[in-house]
Design a protein around this ligand. Sequence first.
Ligand code: HEC
Length: 725
Amino acid sequence: MSHRRMLLSYAILLAALLGCSDEHAGRAPVPGDAAAVSPPAASPVPAVTSVDGARIGAADGEPHNWLSHGRSYSEQRFSPLDRIDTANVGRLGLAWFFDFPTDRGMEATPIVVDGRLYVTGTWSMVYAFDAKSGALLWHHDPGVPRQWAVHLCCDAVNRGVAAWGGKVFVGTLDGRLQALDATDGKVLWSVQTTPRDKPYSITGAPRVVKGLVIIGNGGSELGVRGYVSAYDAETGDMKWRFYTVPGDPAQPFESPALERAAATWSGGEWWKIGGGGTVWDSMAYDPELDLLYVGVGNGSPWNQQYRSPGGGDNLYLSSIVALDPDTGAYVWHYQTTPGDTWDYTATQHLVLAELPIGGTPRKVIMQAPKNGFFYVLDRATGEFLSGDAYAYQTWAEGIDANGRPVPNAQARYVGKEALVFPSPHGAHNWHPMSFSPRTGLVYIPVQEIPFVYKHDDKFAFEPGLWNTGVDVEAAGLPEDPAAAAEVLKLVQGHLVAWDPVARKEAWRVEQGAPFNGGVLSTAGELVFQGSARGEFVAYRADTGERLWAAPVQTGVVAAPMTYAVDGEQYVAVVVGWGGGLPLAGGRVAQMAGSVNRSRLLVYALDGRQQLPEPVAVTRALAPPPLSATPEQVARGKTLYAARCFACHGDGAVGGGVVPDLRYASAATHAEFDAIVRGGLRHQKGMVGFAQVFGREDVEAIHAYVIKRAHDLLAEQAARQGGNAG
Ligand code: HEC
């Protein structure tokens, strides 16, 4: 069998295997797609080369590669490649693409090491490609139990791998860290990094520093205690662990830093729920200062009244923390949101750069966390240099000279409710930003979404499920379409070019919907970004002028990257709508009008591949008659808000990823109880709720869903009537 045929058959086999075992409703059969995408592999498969700290530290010396998550330890996501530039970007076309055999959110940034491209997909799967031909070299499915989805706040996503030695590392949704042989994807070692009886998950990309694989985790929406750990890249032995929040004060503190932190927590028994502070995404490393930086998440539960009712800053929640990479010892911290009560994580992308501040070059670290302020800190000491609002926000009056926010008392919802910007989705979420040292600008995917925070007076901790202490029902969009439309007018998404020295916006592009993709900037003076509305776009880095765009048939949330093989520059982006807002967002998520089509798209100058015509998704809206009482519907609404909205969407409005329950078929309606309590579809990520709900509860939820389907029918009829008149 020829080499090419062998690769093709592998792709077909893989796709067929996955296609029948995986959730693949409503999509064209994968084997055909996969076969169609692999052009001839003209040259032999590129050999695996060994990545180390010296190579990542000197990443600019090999611009054809993208060796780690943010390309280099500084995580600038700026590429020195300039073959594709403002003059020729109009010639960009699809060079090759790959259809992933899954249909949930796609958040990964591929990495490229000497002609081999490694990327992750849904359910923590890893794929290796020949970066030039697009031939699939191997695939690894860690076998995440699909029921684990109930422990995920924000879809079955993964943001990427790390490479070191001849290995590739991935963190799995169920908390394992795996070392794979980069040659063939075989598992070399696998360690459980989290207690299996707690709702931890891993979605972030590992980083490797000095032979140690650094990995965090998520789960603060459900109830966990955050930490970050380091594992020996060779053996998988754990070398250190840094907890970000104090545990039970009756027990010895794990470090002096935690003893100091404990003094900032007051009353309450936060350790029973967890306290939060998960390190679920961002990290950066400065080899000269030998400091590892991690971004720390929100409080668990969100509502500080249920976590630390006596107030306090609650260190090290919502902080940037500098650690000694050899030992995990605390070095300094800066807290962005003291006493977080709004889910304002500081896990957003961390970028290292040298900036002229007051005329002096300073080694800085920059972040645009969820809370809406853009921070510039001295990264040797943590000294606050500046903090300015990059988006509309109402929780603080500003940041004082010492870097402490001046609180807006209105925003704390103690015993009341408060409409606040930003929402828990953040003014900027995990979607990576990019810093171009050539323009001096930081390109940030910004969004503006309001949120009603209401103290949940009936809050009772339920292990393993969502536990925020916030009344999620009150936060929902009004059901009345006219009232909802008014709120939706406030929702925005834009790409912002931020000048971190002048401390102001340089330009912005309005995008009409929130939750747009991460960003890449290049020495070709270009900025690349995919949008929630399904375009992949190139802008001029200095002005924001739109130079090129391609429709991609699905929302894009991941960040693009670029690499070169044999002198040809490629731009790669993973597309596929999904993540926290697309699942939970309801009508806000629908602003993007997206469906999920999960693909890896690779562009080059004069690329000539075409995406197949999308298969139209047709759904019948044919609910059974509504026979329930208004009381049942109201009760169903409350239960739905508590247990279903996070995946099926606010107000039973689906965001294009997980089924929109209003469109359920007659067969599904007949099986409603068997699905919801019986767990009939648990192998597809729809867990059973038998422990939580009785038959009457599910009947009430069902009644609410039917009611919402009739609401939509009425809305459609009114619209048609309006059009006719
Ligand atoms: C962790 C995410 C998650 C949560 C929480 C969740 N679901 Fe689901 N649900 C799914 C997924 C994924 C599917 C699609 C399964 C498949 O492909 O068959 C689904 C499917 C369903 C279906 C079948 C829909 C159809 O048209 O085929 C029903 C009914 C349903 N869910 C009801 C509920 C109810 C009611 C709740 C709250 C009690 C709930 N779900 C909570 C993820 C979730």
